[in-house]
Design a protein around this ligand. Structure first.
Ligand code: ADP
Ligand code: GN1
Ligand code: MG
Length: 362
């Protein structure tokens, strides 16, 4: 048994779970937290849970959990269906998380029953469902008091700040990788003028701050297994005040690509315009009355910003010796960076088309 699994099983004893633990195995493809699927035997049959150890190198657990509890309580007032919200399982002393002897922070969620989580959407309809889920999520949080949220990662989608961090990593070149990625470094530098466009639009009053999710990949939405309709948005660690267009954009960079985020064969990586169109439609279904035309017109900028920023983050991590994102092999972050830059290039080549698509909603 791995050391972490042994710790997971120990931690589990502190939560009010039903039945006896039948299995506890690593689960999902998240790059940040350690996730386990826990299956318990109860008198009524199997009961499934998600057990997670929060990455404390990145997050302050008390802040993350405070945000999640508040947001889940708020979302509970918007629906009667328990499958539409994340449900935290309390510890035996009625807390939302447990800190173990190694200072690891654990939490348990009810597994959303009879659900699917897609690494990549398998159809236009799937992707549109993800869009509706994130759109509705944002709509449901429109009346949430944003000032009560912690900023769980400072400057998370502050792209000019990410660019500064990138330049520092290039200069320090701690693992001697910079010479081999000159082309990628140049790609980031050439786009410097773009990085502030969303912050500038915010200052100009064209893009309001909203409560946003900030990590809107398709594997952060649960769909109903039978109907494939959206049920629930998960992975709430980065809920903070932010921009709607970056929530939109992060979904596009991940889900409107024709290949996985770490595809090595770049000829398979392309921006699927049909998927882009479907996502705009689904996302704005619940939001178009709340959005002004300037916000809608900035959706393509949101897509390009999230894609170039994410590529820059992967490259920064590659140059820094892979200390942030989980990697499976030495060039993993570089492969991820290259898919993002390919998508950025395609967005630039199709810019007028992307703008035309969103213009129809103004
Ligand atoms: P990370 O921050 O590491 O991405 P997530 O919270 O997204 O962690 O969880 C990783 C994966 O675990 C998800 O992509 C999903 O497949 C699964 N998962 C997480 N929470 C639930 C849940 N409540 N019900 C069902 N599956 C879940
Ligand atoms: C991380 O946790 P996960 O795998 O859903 C990252 C996102 C990146 C994403 C790239 C807290 O998301 O910002 O866009 O990887 N999360 C954090 O796939 O940094
Ligand atoms: Mg996730």
């Amino acid at each position: 048994m791995s050391e972490l699994k042994a710790k997971a099983l120990e931690a589990l004893k502190n939560f009010e779970i039903e039945g006896s633990v039948k299995s506890c195995e690593p689960y999902g493809n998240g790059h940040i937290n350690d996730t386990f699927l826990v299956i318990c035997d109860t008198q009524k049959g199997e009961h499934w849970y998600i057990l997670q150890s929060i990455n404390t190198k990145i997050f302050v657990p008390t802040e993350v959990m405070s945000n999640i509890e508040k947001v889940c309580d708020h979302l509970k007032t918007k629906t009667d269906n328990p499958r539409e919200i994340l449900v935290l399982v309390k510890t035996t002393d009625k807390k939302a998380y447990f800190i173990d002897g190694d200072n690891r922070c654990w939490r348990v969620y009810e597994f959303v029953t009879d659900s699917l989580c897609l690494e990549l959407p398998e159809s236009v309809e799937d992707f549109k469902e993800c869009a509706k889920a994130f759109g509705k999520f944002q709509k449901n949080l429109a009346d949430f008091p944003a000032e009560t949220l912690y900023e769980t990662i400072k400057d998370f989608h502050n792209t000019p700040k990410r660019y500064k961090d990138f330049l520092k990593a290039v200069e320090e070149d701690v693992v001697g990788r910079a010479a081999d990625v000159k082309e990628e470094i140049e790609f980031v530098k050439q786009r410097e003028a773009f990085y502030s466009v969303l912050l500038d639009a915010n200052k100009a009053g064209e893009l309001p701050l909203r409560v946003s999710h900030n990590d809107t990949k398709s594997n952060n939405v649960m769909l109903d297994k039978a109907t494939r309709t959206a049920l629930c948005v998960i992975d709430l660690d980065t809920i903070m005040p932010g921009f709607s267009v970056t929530d939109f954009g992060d979904s596009i960079r991940f889900g409107a690509s024709t290949a996985a985020e770490d595809e090595k064969d770049l000829s398979r990586v392309s921006l699927d315009i049909e998927l882009f169109k479907a996502y705009v439609d689904g996302f704005l279904e619940n939001l178009k009355d709340d959005f002004g035309s300037s916000e809608i017109m900035l959706l393509p900028e949101g897509a390009k910003m999230m894609t170039v920023e994410c590529g820059m983050r992967f490259l920064t991590d590659y140059l820094s010796g892979d200390t942030y994102f989980k990697t499976k092999y030495p060039e993993h972050n570089l492969d991820r960076c290259r898919t993002q830059f390919k998508l950025v290039k395609e967005m630039e080549d199709n810019w007028d088309t992307l703008k035309e698509i969103v213009k129809q909603y103004c």
